[in-house]
Structure formats: C-alpha cells, structure tokens
Write a protein that binds this ligand. Structure first.
Ligand code: ADP
Ligand code: GLC
Length: 475
C-alpha cells in the first residue's frame, strides 16, 4: 500500500511526547513490511534550524482558508530510518519557538494553524504519485483530514488514531468558516460540531473510515462516561470501526545493549553490573556521592493532570520516611514544577529534579533507576513503562489504559510479573505499590530476576505494524 502519515510531531524532528516516538517508528516498521510510506509534518522553526539542507521539490499548494487563499510550500527530508517526510512551510504559522505555544499558553491562532496544515496534507496527498491508498492521521491536529478528504471526493481511504482524548482541538464554532466546508458538515451529528464548538477530534472519529487508539484497554475505557471526555457516545456510535493497537518500542533507539546515551551498555546477562554503572553515573550527576540501599525511582514525564504527579506531592510526607529516592525529569504545569524544585531544596538527598526536556537524560534515567513511577489518571498507551521494562527497570503504574495492558503486577507467590500495578488512582494505593517494590528490592537477586522477566517482554513494533496493516485492509 501507498500510505501517507500526517501528524504534528515526529521524532527526531519535533517532539513533546509519545506521539513523536510513534511517528518516528511506525512508518518505518510498515515500510519494512513492504509498504511505501511517507509522512507530513509542519515545517517548524526548530526543524528548519536543525536541517538547513532541506530538499525543495518545487511544490506550492494553494489553500483556501475562509475568504483568504494561503500558499504552503512543500520541503522534503528523510528520517534516519529512511522514511520521506514532507514538510509544510508557512512561516506565518510555524516559524515560532514552540510547537503549540509558549510559557503564556497555546498560540492564539491554534485552530487556523492546524486547519491549514490538515488542508495542506489533503492537497499534498492528491499530488503524490503513485496515488496513495491510505492517509493515516494522528490526534486532533490532523482530525479534520478525513472530513476534508471526504468533502474533496478523494479516492484514498482515511484512518485516524486517537493518542489522547484529553486534547480535542475544540474551538469556537465561528472557526468552522476556516474549513470552507458546506454548512451541513456543522449540523448536529455531522461530526465536526460538538455543543456549538468545532471539535477536531470528533471530526476524525466520525469521518475516518477506520479509527484506532493506542491500547485495547483504552479503546474500551473511552467508550465509558468516566474516560470518554464527552465523546464516549460518539465513540460508542463508531465502535464498529474502532480498534485498540498497542504502541511498540523503537529498538534502534531504546535498547540498553546499544544505547549510546548511557554510561555502560548491558544485556539481561550483564544486568547487575551494567545497571550498577549507570546508577553510579546518575548518583554522581545528582551530587549524591554516597550510595544507599534505597530504591531509586525515576519519573520522566510531562507535568499535566493526566500524569498524576500531584500524587507524589500528596504522598511526600510518607515518602520522606521510606527507603526510596527520586530522580525527576519533567516539565509542564508551573505549580508542580515549583513544588518539585522546593522539594529538592528542602531534601536535596531525597529527590533530584531536572525541569526541562532532555532526550539523553531520559535514556540515562531509564538505565540508572531501579523503578519508574507512572501514577497516570489515564494513559492511552504510555511509552516510558515499555522503555523501562526494556532496560530492566520495573514500572510502578496505575492500572489503566496501556499501562494495564503492558505491565503485569508482581505476584510473589506465583513468582510472576514485570512491575507493580495499583488501583484505584490514589495516594494510598500508590504508596502500597511503592512499599511492595521496596519489599522486593530487599532481596536484590529476586529483584534482578523480575527485571530480567521485564527485559524479555516483546514490545517490538512489528506486531503493531501488522495489526495496523489489518486496519488499513478493513478501510
Ligand atoms: P505522553 O505522550 O503522554 O507524554 P508517553 O509515555 O507515551 O507519554 O511518551 C512520553 C515520551 O516523552 C517518552 O519518549 C519520554 O521519554 C518522553 N519524555 C517525557 N517527558 C520528557 C522530558 N522531560 N524529557 C525528555 N523526554 C521526555
Ligand atoms: C499520547 C498518550 C500516551 C501515548 C502517546 C503515543 O501522548 O498520552 O499514553 O503513549 O500518545 O501514542
């Protein structure tokens, strides 16, 4: 099949979270299965700065936006894994310091930026030769792609993947004018309209030929009012075309045996020595010269209510008394950032905090910590717990969405499990799971054997690519 992916992030060009990792890996996994795959991404300033020698194929698209006609110029590059990426250039929208906004919040013209991008993707799809069969759009930023394709009478089919129902791209109804679609597209039950607003995610769910999300459990959860974020009825109505497919791991980037970012490479056989070296390196960096027998727990996360890091704050008095130390690499909501900094100021031997985004450090945390904590209130898939298991680092997770599908709770009697799963999502349950981890950690040989079981899990992209291919066939 000839497939065009469309998204607002793609590793290594533009990343704020797991969406980028998926776009960096799934297209090449499909390509390896014999398909012809390319991707479309906005040409952000950062991409331009890091890739001064972009190829210019001389293609300009004319995009109607309300009563204006805007041009978008296409540039091209290739990912390290050999996938062609089409970059849509319009400096008015994308030549900015952030992908979505600044410290002051989301950019004011968010609707315009991504309506423009989605239209450009559909126009681009029409100019690719040979004809594309499938356009695969991801998250709300490209949620309008299936509707634009349908309205244009496109010959290709569309697949839409929900990575996070928490972000819907919901804008004033007046922005519908920018779509240049017939009024009937904004009627109730038309897909684009939601309580008077333009809802890009709902548009994707309604108009795509097939819809996927990133884990089987999340596919079920989002059909309930508790997780549906107001779209559960829409999802139930479209359940026949909804499939949950787990994300995988890009083994070329995330493998302790070859990872260039970590102090010492290791395999399941050399786990103890390898992790000890990575741990020393992390302790040194934190300015903790003396190691202790404390469990080292890492957090690598966006700070957003989704991620439940406020539970750490609420449990802090208890955690201070437990044999556990924390390494946190995170950025996001200002109140949590400032709490984390003050926790480190008050107890510098207990918690080491890096506010910001560092790919290299994320790898070092995965290798050097004993466990990774993810108390997410909801988690469509989650990648950090997959990386953790690959690195023999045991995840401590709330049993929801993809976390429930990929971490097996340690059962001491059956001697089975790859991490610690707690429910419900509250501090008591989380502290219980951390206590159980600490208990197992007292017997280091037993801990290491669980870590080896975690490392043996197969989270390769190939299985997910095969499932995705089945969805394309259904479309
Ligand atoms: P989400 O996409 O909801 O943020 P995932 O677990 O799917 O959650 O993916 C998170 C990705 O972003 C992982 O690759 C993780 O390593 C990375 N990440 C999150 N926060 C940071 C950070 N502060 N610095 C570096 N990488 C981060
Ligand atoms: C979203 C979700 C996360 C998922 C990622 C990639 O950001 O929050 O759970 O792993 O997308 O699909």
């Amino acid at each position: 099949m000839n497939i065009l992916f469309a998204a607002s992030e793609l590793y290594p060009l533009a990343k704020t979270g797991g969406l980028a990792d998926v776009l960096g890996a799934l297209p090449s996994a499909l390509q390896a299965r014999g398909h012809s795959v390319s991707c479309a991404l906005p040409l952000y300033r950062h991409v331009m700065e890091c890739n001064p020698d972009l190829f210019d194929p001389g293609l300009t698209l004319e995009i109607p936006m309300g009563d204006r006609i805007l041009t978008g110029r296409i540039y091209q590059t290739t990912t390290p894994s050999g996938v062609t990426v089409f970059l849509v250039r319009r400096d008015e929208f994308f030549d900015r310091s952030g992908l979505y906004g600044s410290d002051l919040g989301d950019y004011q013209d968010t609707a315009e930026r991504f309506i423009f991008f989605s239209k450009a993707v559909v126009a681009l799809a029409g100019s690719i030769s040979p004809d594309i069969d499938i356009i695969h759009a991801h998250d709300w930023q490209t949620g309008l792609v299936p509707a634009f394709a349908r309205a244009a009478g496109a010959s290709f089919k569309s697949v839409f993947t929900i990575h996070n129902l928490g972000y819907q791209g919901s804008f004033w109804g007046i922005d519908f004018k920018l779509c240049n679609l017939p009024e009937r597209y904004f009627a109730p039950d038309s897909g684009l309209e939601h309580y008077g607003h333009l809802n890009c995610l709902k548009a994707g769910i309604t108009h795509a030929d097939q819809v996927t999300t990133v884990s089987p459990t999340y596919a079920n959860e989002i059909q309930t009012p508790a997780y549906g974020r107001g779209l559960d009825a829409t999802l139930r109505a479209n359940a026949a075309k909804l499939t949950g497919i787990l994300n995988g791991i890009d083994g070329a980037l995330w493998s302790p045996a070859t990872d260039p970012n970590i102090k010492e490479n290791y395999t399941a056989e050399t786990l103890a020595e390898g992790k000890a070296a990575c741990r020393r390196n992390l302790l040194k960096r934190a300015g903790w010269p003396k190691d202790t027998a404390d469990l080292l727990v890492g957090i690598v996360s966006r700070l957003d209510p989704q991620k439940g890091i406020d539970l750490l704050r609420d449990s802090w008095p208890e955690l201070l008394k437990m044999p556990v130390r924390f390494f946190v690499l995170a950025s996001g909501t200002p109140d949590l950032e400032s709490w984390l900094k003050s926790a480190m100021d008050e107890n510098p031997e207990k918690i080491s905090v890096d506010i910001g985004f560092s790919e290299k450090l994320a790898h070092r945390f995965q290798a050097g910590c004993d466990a990774i904590l993810m108390p997410s209130r909801y988690e469509p898939c989650g990648l950090s717990q997959l990386y953790a298991q690959r690195y023999g680092t045991l995840p401590i997770v709330h049993g929801t969405g993809g976390l429930a599908d990929t971490v097996t709770d340690w059962n001491a009697e059956a001697r089975q499990g790859t991490g610690f799963v707690f429910r419900p999502c509250n501090r008591t349950a989380m502290l219980g799971a951390i206590r159980r981890a600490i208990e197992l950690y007292q017997d280091r040989a037993a801990w290491d054997s669980v870590a080896r079981m975690a490392m043996a899990q197969d989270f390769s992209w190939d299985v997910s690519a095969q499932r995705t291919e089945e969805v394309y066939a259904r479309a």
